[in-house]
Write a protein that binds this ligand. Sequence first.
Ligand SMILES: [Mn+2]
Length: 448
Amino acid sequence: MAELAFSEAEYRGRQSEFLGQIPSDSLVLIPTNPHANRSNDVHYPFRASSYMLYLCGWNEPGAVLMSHYDSGAWTTSLFVQPRDTKTEIWEGRRVGTEGAASGWPIDEARSLEDLEKTVAEHFEACKQIHLIPGLNPRLDEMVNSAVNSKSRDSNTKDIGPTSLSDPSSILDEMRVRKSDREIQLMQESADIASAAHVATMRAAYADIGEWQVQAVIEGHFTASKSRWSYPTIVGGGDNATILHYNANNAVIAGGELVLVDAGSEVEGYASDITRTWPVNGRFSDAQREIYELVLRAQMAGIEACQAGSPWSAMHHATSNVLAQGLIDLGILDYSLEDALGEDFDGPYRNYFMHGTGHLLGLDVHDVGGGRQGDDGPGRELGPGMVLTVEPGLYFGSWRTDVEIPERYSGIGVRIEDDVLITEGGPVVLTSDCPKTIDEIEALVGSDR
Ligand SMILES: [Mn+2]
């Protein structure tokens, strides 16, 4: 096989676990992402769909993975861009059908030029189509018209597909628990991101630009043959109180905190780290009070990441610490019970507006859900799951919806680590990234 992220046996095992849950009178179609257009004739860097990476590791645009059942077994075909020297001179070398057939964990490789004809032939032999929609408009259209058409053949001879479904929930469930090799790749991604955060702390100084912090982070990703797994957030001062801030174009004054939320990816697997620190290397008393509270909440959240606990356990653990801390600092004038409110939706949420974490994997907000729902405590945590623990407190001076205490106005703090659930307790994959006040004060600006 080509230099793929996983062994052929691991890819084949995933395919058979997946197809084992699909009725044999089905045709299965898994397209990858298109090569997205940026403007005019320029494209964004290509990133394959996570399902395609998961099932066979194919990393070129436009491909379609097709499985059909025949003579007692599933056959999996991959439709790929064929070799084409004139196009390759401009766009880069292609693996092509022969390369795909010999190097990838599939039964046969075909040219995308034959996709429509081949798929149409297979329609006749199947009753159900399982397609991940929204990725390949031409395929969506073909499949919809095949399922909806009332042809003479389908009316009189009962030929052709009659139902269409999206198989992604089966794959999502499989992706929730990571294999040993997946965990290894996620550890590599966590190590790169940890080192990148350390590098930015070392390189910081008063009046540094948010974009310069971003450059150090992303420069480290690139130098490590990695790239970001989501757009880097660098928010100085008040900008840290905007959860998905990414303008990254303001100067961070000495005395202000900067919140850096950035992660890399390795073979498609994401890391996701947030650190918050003073650009001049010294926490003020007010900053220290909020930071220590968020850190205590985060440690309590990590401790709650135990196999067998409900998903909601870590959110409840962080919420308890934050609400009590807000009372102790005089920010909330309530009993703990009232500050937490019914269903953990009380006034402490004025300053902590998001969830405590999410699953992490091939997607940064990974599939498989898990969050606390209206009707229960959410997914049970189990070995092999990787999730983030990321409480925060935000006191945007610009807020008009709630009262912002003067002492803490303009402070936003979030601390985020990536945690692997094991039978022996939580393992912090991002533990190489310092987060205590002493460690941070020693690091920030130490390159200068
Ligand atoms: Mn996150």
